[in-house]
Design a protein around this ligand. Structure first.
Ligand SMILES: Cc1cc2nc3c(=O)[nH]c(=O)nc-3n(C[C@H](O)[C@H](O)[C@H](O)COP(=O)(O)OP(=O)(O)OC[C@H]3O[C@@H](n4cnc5c(N)ncnc54)[C@H](O)[C@@H]3O)c2cc1C
Length: 429
């Protein structure tokens, strides 16, 4: 039997705080109690604001306790693509902010004394094609020269010293990225926000919100609350409460499988440096060792529509064995999924609309970005100088012919998968 709940929940299940009476008025209502909402709530509560955070599920039950725990602060477009689209200054500012956000996450974990197995283990990005190795080597030079990030190319001949596979044509190893236990990290954030005075109302959906006087009336499943400010922090779980946002964010199912414990020798052969892993394929996979170094956690897209876990689990198992043939037939103990939120230009965002504040759209890299963006949104409300951010620009554009039903995803997956297969066919001997 493969367990359908996240592996992470064995050590840190989402909390079930007792249902407290709602305060009828507060300074700020936050919709969504994941990393974004709690980080915003923590910042506001510490600044003396009254805050209520609502989640229709248990706090953290969205992506924040389900993810791979790779603390990358990734930006999906390359520097060149961002430069073309937003100009050189913003492209550089985004890269610099990603670096600051990664460093600040590590400092935050230490400052708040959060026990979440955080380790800056490094990240290897494998080149799926020989030509992509050249691109990764140039990226390493760029990261070193412009941002002072320790990054270097790893040739195919050196690859097994980093990752026990011949699947890739070399890759990029950077030292500034690490991994953590996402649900333990969430538990630490939840504790800190509560201690600071933020009220977190789990299993209490926000049903609607509307401008009222100088603020908002927010209707929830347990009554109406008035607040001066509202922050929307619903990311991949955005529902009909905000149809405007729904047209701008595409929820994409991501699934992770956990292998049964592997022997020390095998883990040392497959993951000798314990690094986080990514790759250049269009439909890429992400993977890592479990924090205790005994298993491999392997993630990728889940193209199922009805949610049947059987074939997406088998698909991930096959993809894992493509990279590590020795794992053909390995036992899988857990297989679970959650929603990541993509947007049209694939840049995480903080923005305002009609006095509502939004922090959303992390494109699968919210471990670093969500906490950072939530804090920035809070600083905007507090009129704090630290609120400035390269993520703060126009809202992501609406997606044509889209209102929340992802009818186009199967076609997108087929197209991207085909391009990956053609790329591999052309480069295979
Ligand atoms: C399988 C998977 C693997 C991932 N791996 C990584 C990784 O390795 N590294 C990385 O950086 N990122 C990863 N991510 C992405 C990362 O988890 C997210 O970007 C991050 O958790 C987003 O946090 P959030 O607080 O914005 O949203 P969430 O944690 O998703 O929280 C949003 C909350 O809003 C609530 N909500 C929605 N509508 C309402 C409403 N009307 N009323 C009340 N509440 C509402 C939902 O219930 C939900 O709990 C992964 C995600 C998934 C699913």
């Amino acid at each position: 039997m493969v367990e359908a709940l996240p592996y992470w929940w064995e050590a840190a299940p989402p909390p079930t705080p007792p249902q407290r009476a709602l305060a009828r008025r507060c300074d700020v209502v936050i919709i969504g109690a994941g990393y974004t909402g709690l980080s915003a709530g923590l910042t506001l509560a510490r600044a003396g604001r009254s805050v209520q955070i609502f989640d229709r599920q248990r706090p953290g039950e969205g992506a924040s306790t389900r993810n791979g725990g790779i603390a990358s602060g990734n930006l999906r477009p390359s520097y060149k693509q961002m430069q073309r689209k937003f100009g050189g200054a913003r492209a550089l500012a985004l890269l610099a902010e990603a670096k600051a956000a990664r460093e600040e996450l590590a400092a935050f974990i230490e400052r708040e004394n959060i026990d979440c197995d955080f380790r800056r283990a490094g990240r290897f990005t494998g080149a799926a094609k020989p030509s992509e190795y050249e691109g990764l080597a140039r990226e390493a030079d760029h990261l070193r020269e412009t941002l002072g990030i320790e990054a270097h190319a790893v040739s195919k001949a050196e690859q097994r010293g980093v990752l026990g596979t011949d699947f890739y044509h070399g890759g990029l190893l950077r030292d500034d990225i690490g991994g953590l236990h996402p649900a333990k990290f969430f538990a630490g954030l939840f504790r800190a926000a509560g201690t600071a005075g933020a009220m977190v109302h789990g299993e209490t959906a926000v049903l609607s919100f509307a401008a009222k006087g100088r603020g908002f009336a927010v209707e929830t499943a347990r009554g109406t609350v008035e607040a001066e400010h509202v922050i929307v922090a619903t990311n991949g779980y955005t529902d009909a409460v905000d149809p405007w946002l729904r047209r701008r964010l595409v929820p994409v199912r991501s699934r992770i499988i956990a292998t049964a414990p592997l022997s020390n020798n095998l883990m040392a052969e497959l993951m000798p440096k314990g690094v986080m892993c990514a790759e250049t394929r269009k439909l890429h996979y992400y993977y890592r060792p479990s924090p205790d170094g005994t298993r491999i956690l392997f993630g990728g897209r889940d193209g199922s529509i009805a949610g049947d876990p059987t074939w997406p689990t088998q698909h991930l198992r096959r993809a894992l064995a493509d990279i590590f043939p020795v794992l053909e037939g390995v036992a899988i103990t857990h297989s679970w999924w959650g929603h990541v939120a993509m947007n049209r230009d694939m840049i995480p965002r903080i923005f305002s609309r009609d006095q509502l504040r939004y922090a959303v759209g992390y494109c699968g890299s919210g471990v670093v970005w969500a906490r950072w963006a939530g804090q920035k949104a809070a600083w905007q409300i507090l009129d704090d100088d630290r609120a400035r951010s390269a993520l703060d620009f126009r809202p992501p554009p609406a997606i044509p012919l889209y209102n929340g039903t992802t009818w186009f995803l199967p076609a997108v997956y087929t197209w991207l998968g085909l391009r990956d297969r053609i790329g591999r066919y052309r480069t295979s001997p």
